[in-house]
Write a protein that binds this ligand. Structure first.
Ligand code: HEC
Length: 105
């Protein structure tokens, strides 16, 4: 009896610790919609390019996640790529960069 209470407690604690250090499932879904709808309006719904360049893994290969994250947060002054810092936390932009590098959107 006592043992199962401890097991339950430690499970609850470890799950909530994990949730703290990660982007929630719900927010990930929002970020994914954002990528397809907002970013996709320039980069293409399948990230194959449009007004903006393609953002497929094979195109981004060789660019690291920090560089892509910085581009998302700061935009590219003098081009149509706007800064997204007002709408995204740095870790959310990083999540998007990783998601783009992973591909399959
Ligand atoms: C209004 C159009 C527009 C929207 C919306 C837009 N972009 Fe862009 N993006 C551009 C253009 C144009 C460039 C090319 C800039 C240049 O010439 O360097 C670009 C460049 C980029 C690059 C650099 C690609 C490379 O090969 O270096 C990344 C990464 C990127 N955008 C990600 C995003 C993400 C993520 C979003 C959504 C949060 C987004 N963009 C929304 C127009 C847009």
């Amino acid at each position: 009896m006592k043992r199962s209470i401890w097991l339950t407690l430690s499970l609850i604690i470890s799950t909530s610790l994990m949730a703290d250090s990660e982007i929630s499932e719900a927010r990930q879904q929002e970020l994914l919609n954002f990528l397809v709808q907002d970013c996709g309006s320039c980069h293409g719904l399948k990230m194959k390019g449009g007004l903006g360049p393609a953002l497929l893994p094979e195109v981004l290969a060789g660019k690291n996640a920090e560089f892509i994250t910085a581009t998302i947060l700061n935009g590219r002054p003098g081009t149509a790529m706007p800064p997204w810092r007002p709408l995204l936390l740095p870790e959310e932009a990083r999540w998007m960069a990783d998601r783009l590098l992973q591909g399959g959107l």
